[in-house]
Design a protein around this ligand. Structure first.
Ligand code: LLP
Length: 403
């Protein structure tokens, strides 16, 4: 991002999320290009960054949306995503969510259990509709990532085992209210090694071949999301190698290849801007207290995730400091042992790679207002979410306050 940081901060205040829309466009185009030569659909995982303008930006480029709640489906539709490019996944869909998804006539309801399939069948029957479904298969592959974001092992709550999936497809094929057209897996997030994806693709492609053999025609082969990004200096998966591995595994299958990248699209498009409030020293430990906190960006606290932190314009010898927020929790930090120059009140820190699972995981803990969000496109900045106010926060409680 080539920006005048100080101007942005003066205009919009801090803490602030800033996203580079040109970077997002480039990420989409690179991935789409990697899939050229085969039928493909990139359905952006809205959970990574669900700002309407971010979704709309991707929708204009041709992306679909991978959603995990009816709220996300509504966001995708509101942002202009084509309904036939929307997938609805998740282990616990409520009746009203299933009903709404069928009414919206989205591309696929992605099923994660037999019980859910029966529920979808019942609701589709009541509505006199046929539900287009895919089944999420759990290939029992270790994705070699953080246990909290690993999803493809039998010990995880997601998907169904191969045998169960087969039984479900056979059942669905016979039902007048279910149309099993897709297959899906997602083994985890921030994957930096291609082997687990390759292995899962092979397992699931074999299942597709055996389904085709008994007359169940799978049209959508969904490999989930999970492409890892660089937060520090890690080596990660190249989009071309990723697509090639999927091509290889699905050779001979007449399917549309679907993928659901979230982090890949937006993580490194985003930065979190925060200002220094104070420096303090406790014994031998140096703390930099900032105006941003764990409620704005919870990844360091929750996963011990690393985000590069840079001090803008400050000079002098760097020493290690913990960068901490004002929230009353010892776990409220954005970085530990970060080399930083001496800092003073109002100095600006930039927390990098914050475009994915940053704002979407933010909360109002400690009655802190959610930040503003800004897009940069073609060198121009624009507000895409207003900073929340105290009045916004109490609005839903105020009328119930006993006088
Ligand atoms: N598809 C499904 C079914 C998913 O569960 C996920 C992410 C994605 C796609 C997108 O995965 P991605 O391409 O972004 O890796 N909050 C965590 C990440 C949780 C990911 C949950 N599922 C974090 O901040 O690292």
């Amino acid at each position: 991002m080539n920006l005048n940081y100080k101007t942005l901060v003066q205009k919009y205040g801090t803490p602030l999320y800033v996203y580079d829309f040109d970077y997002i466009k480039n990420r989409y185009e690179v991935l789409k290009e990697a899939f050229s030569g085969r039928k493909s659909l990139i359905s952006y995982a809205v959970k990574a960054n669900s700002n309407l303008s971010v979704i709309a930006h991707l929708a204009k480029l041709g992306a679909g949306a991978d959603c995990v709640s009816i709220g996300e489906v509504k966001r995708a539709l509101a942002a202009g995503v084509d309904k036939y490019k929307i997938i609805f996944s998740g282990v616990g869909k409520r009746d009203d969510e299933i009903k709404a998804a069928l009414e919206y006539d989205i591309l696929l309801l992605n099923l994660e259990s037999e019980a859910e399939m029966k529920r979808v069948e019942m609701i589709a029957k009541e509505m006199g509709k046929e539900a287009r479904i895919s089944i999420r298969v759990n290939p029992n592959i270790d994705p070699q990532t953080h246990p909290y974001i690993s999803t493809g092992l039998h010990e995880n709550k997601f998907g169904v085992e191969i045998d169960m999936a087969k039984r479900m497809y056979i059942y669905a094929k016979k039902s007048s209210f279910l149309n099993p057209v897709g297959i899906h897996f997602h083994i985890g997030s921030q994957l930096t090694n291609l082997d687990p994806i390759r292995e899962s693709c092979n397992i699931v492609a074999d299942l597709v071949r055996s389904l085709n053999a008994i007359g169940i025609e799978i049209k959508f082969f969904d490999v989930g999301g999970g492409i890892g990004v660089v937060y520090d200096d890690e080596k990660t998966i190249s989009p071309t190698e990723y697509a090639q591995a999927i091509f290889e595994a699905t050779k001979g299958l007449d399917v549309t290849l679907l993928c659901e990248p979230g982090r890949y699209m937006v993580a490194n498009a985003g930065a979190f801007f925060t200002k220094v409030l104070y420096e303090k020293q406790n014994g031998h430990k140096r703390f930099v207290v900032i105006d941003g906190a764990m409620n704005d960006l919870i990844r360091p606290s929750l996963y011990n995730a690393f985000h590069k932190i840079e001090a803008v314009g400050a000079e002098g010898e760097k020493t290690n400091a913990d960068v901490v927020g004002p929230v009353c929790e010892s776990g409220d930090f954005l970085g530990k042992n970060i080399p930083l120059p001496p800092l003073k009140h109002d100095d600006l820190l930039i927390v990098h790679s914050a475009g994915a699972y940053g704002f979407t995981m933010a909360s109002n803990y400690n009655t802190r207002n959610k930040c503003a969000e800004v897009a940069i496109e073609g060198g121009q900045d624009r507000l895409i979410r207003k900073r929340e106010s105290f009045e916004d926060q109490i609005r839903l409680e105020l009328e119930y306050l006993e006088k």
